[in-house]
Ligand binder design. Structure first.
Ligand code: SIN
Length: 475
């Protein structure tokens, strides 16, 4: 596992360079993986190119069957994959297993979808012509995945790509390459042909991104990560009009109206805010509570948050693990300090854990206002700011006052309001009376500067397909 997967071979860097993978909970080295350069990335691209056409010629039924075997192997090895994930990323073991199975569900789903890439026959504009529509795989895909879901985010790119007959060069985040490499081992055991799924490990994300974008052989980039890097990839892909799927930053509003079931809203807010210690792009970043219930909600929510258990992901009962690195802790602190300096108040938490600064205590802030940094920037940590609002109109304006548009959540029991607010929120996904919306069966993705394209669901394969119109003259 301490090698990269290039052209069906487990390989070291030609230079011999490696980089360390660190357990964020302990700061200890757990592995070293090859630090590949541009030459090796190009070798992986060339291998993916050679492998793609034969793979596209495998029948959909047989591709589906290979993916199904891959899915079965992921499920059978879920406990080990979860241990690897917790060791490199820090999330609690049970949550890691949930992530592994969440990723596996995309593989299962797209194994099923592989057989349903249907075309069309369209009524013709002339009696002597017939119009057909067929769908073709785009070709080689560059997949760049983040550290916060090192298993699931890769699975949800590789599954649709492989299902429709594309091949893949995947670049996992430097902090968390081991989950990707473990999936590579299982893909090999599932019998996926060499070169169809390559994994390039590197500390130089910019080099890998620009090499993928510069290659004429790579037809599409699928990226999950920050909006800034998404912009760079878009610019770099512009010369070749490279196809892009971008799943970028969010700044999710979570609105609690005064007609909501408060207990359910508290649980939903905990789920939407503290999953993965707040390190998800769909985390509730701004919690808006209607003024009449603000104090009651703040009190119930703070009490619930004070019961969350923080600790090493391998420790029994841990609900929040460490943040990924020192920069992540710094960012949460900066948002906290800024809010406090402008008049916010901590009701629970509010500091890095004394035992280790990498663990930030789950924190609730009250008296938060839209002038604070936390209202505009994604915190990516366990800091829950409570804003107050008076009217539905006001809160919709506040919720939409951001360049991001990934997820939004609200709690209400008023049917008219449920439809109005769901329609008005400028986000690609809306959770109503729930803080948990992710599923392989639903289209995951954003609008505005949160991205392009959708992952999962019946729409998820489209991002990996070209539509070809065939016109037949029947003479
Ligand atoms: C992400 O944070 O990028 C993905 C979260 C999810 O799939 O629920």
């Amino acid at each position: 596992m301490e090698k990269a997967l290039v052209a069906g071979q487990w390989t070291r860097a030609r230079s011999g360079a490696t980089f360390d993978v660190i357990d964020p909970a302990t700061g200890q080295k757990i592995a070293a993986v090859p630090d590949l350069g541009a030459d090796e990335v190009n070798l992986a691209i060339a291998a993916a190119y050679r492998a793609q056409k034969p793979w596209a010629k495998v029948t959909a039924k047989d591709r589906a069957s290979s993916l199904r075997t891959f899915y079965d192997l992921i499920v059978a090895n879920a406990d080990d994959l979860a241990i690897i994930l917790t060791a490199e990323m820090g999330k609690p073991l049970q949550e890691a297993k949930t992530e592994v199975l969440y990723g596996a569900a995309y593989v299962e789903w797209f194994a099923e979808q592989a057989k349903r890439i249907d075309g069309d026959v369209i009524p013709s504009y002339q009696l002597d012509k017939r119009i057909f529509v067929v769908k073709r795989p785009v070709g080689v895909v560059g997949a760049i995945t983040p550290w916060n879901f090192p298993s699931a985010m890769l699975a949800r790119k590789l599954a649709p790509a492989l299902a429709v007959g594309c091949s893949l060069v995947a670049k996992p985040a430097a902090q968390t390459p081991l989950s990707a490499l473990a999936l590579g081992v299982l893909a090999e055991r599932a019998g996926l042909p060499p070169g169809v799924f390559n994994i390039v490990t590197s500390t130089d994300a910019a080099m890998v991104g620009s090499t993928l974008c510069a290659s004429e052989l790579v037809k599409k980039i699928s990226f999950t990560g920050s909006t800034n890097v998404g912009r760079i990839l878009m610019r770099q892909g512009a010369d070749q009009i490279k196809k892009l799927s971008l799943e970028l930053g969010g700044n999710a509003p979570f609105i609690v109206f005064d007609d909501a079931d408060l207990e359910a809203a508290v649980e939903g807010a905990v789920a939407a805010k503290f999953r993965n210690a707040g390190q998800t792009c769909v985390s509730a970043n701004r919690i808006y509570v209607q003024s009449g219930i603000y104090d009651t909600f703040a009190e119930k929510f703070s009490r619930r948050v004070s019961r969350l258990r923080v600790g090493n992901g391998f420790a029994e009962g841990s609900e929040l693990g460490p943040l990924i690195d020192a920069n992540a802790v710094k960012k949460v602190n900066a948002h906290l300090e800024n809010a406090l300096s402008l008049g916010a108040r901590v009701t629970v938490g509010g500091e890095p854990n004394r035992a280790s600064e990498q663990f930030f205590l789950p924190t609730v802030l009250v008296n938060v206002t839209s002038e604070m940094t936390i209202a505009r920037e994604e915190t990516f940590g366990p800091l829950a700011p409570l804003f107050s609002f008076d009217t539905e109109e006001e809160v919709i304006a506040m919720a939409n006052d951001t360049e991001f548009g990934l997820a939004g959540y609200f709690y209400s029991r008023d049917l008219g309001r449920i439809f109005r607010v769901a329609e008005e929120l400028e986000t690609g996904m809306v959770g109503i009376n729930t803080g948990q919306i992710s599923s392989e069966m639903a289209p995951f993705g954003g609008i505005k500067q949160s991205g392009l394209g959708r992952e999962g669901s019946k729409y998820g394969a489209d991002d990996y397909l070209d539509i070809k119109y065939v016109c037949l003259s029947v003479g």
